[in-house]
Design a protein. Structure first.
Length: 201
């Protein structure tokens, strides 16, 4: 990430696979990173997924994604899945593989966990292989709108604004659920492809 972000010692709170795209929240605060990635807190992450095949024509596959699948011997948590229209994104570099005889379609998939290559493994398990994957939003679960990609192009980044910083700080204040967590700093939001690591992509 150093080639895109000229700020040292920031790390992704939930990484993307190298062949995935989209929103990364970057922070130098280890407690914030842990808070956002620990599945106990259930932060919904929203993905747009281009798949091989017509997803809307397979409601049983969508129901399996929603109810949970056995992936590598472990059942996934219930998810949100629905077909969406083509979001009209710029072409990916390198371009996705496409077979002329097989149509493609788009899904919106939301997860509360981030195992290694989870989205790809889930769609493959229901015979809708992933061709392109973007994370477009992270829900802070505080009743306000999720943090969204909102027009950041691949490789672009921005500082969180004042309201977003306050929301991130609020996550680290002591609560009944996690009394030992203390206040911390906010983070930065970035768009584009990540380096390596797990995060649901």
């Amino acid at each position: 990430m150093a080639e895109f972000i000229p700020i040292p010692q920031v790390y992704a709170a939930g990484r993307l696979d190298a062949d995935s795209e989209g929103l990364l929240l970057l922070t130098s605060n280890g407690r914030l990173q842990q808070r956002l990635t620990d599945p106990r807190f259930g932060h919904w992450r929203r993905y747009w997924v281009q798949v091989e095949g017509e997803a809307a024509a397979h409601p049983e596959a969508l129901e399996l994604l929603r109810s949970g699948l056995l992936i590598q011997g472990q059942r996934t948590l219930p998810a949100r899945a629905q077909p969406i229209s083509d979001p009209g994104l710029p072409e990916r570099t390198p371009p996705i593989r496409q077979r002329a005889a097989i149509p493609t379609s788009w899904l919106q998939l939301e997860l509360q966990e981030g195992r290694n290559r989870q989205v790809r493994r889930m769609t493959a398990a229901v015979n809708l292989p992933t061709l392109r994957l973007l994370r477009v939003a992270i829900d802070l679960m505080d009743g306000a709108a999720p943090l969204e990609l909102n027009g950041l192009a691949a490789g672009q980044w921005r500082e969180v604004d004042g309201a977003e910083s306050q929301r991130l700080e609020q996550l680290l204040k002591p609560s009944r659920a996690m009394r030992k967590i203390s206040p911390g700093r906010g983070g930065r939001a970035g768009g584009g492809k990540s380096g390596r690591g797990a995060g649901g992509g």
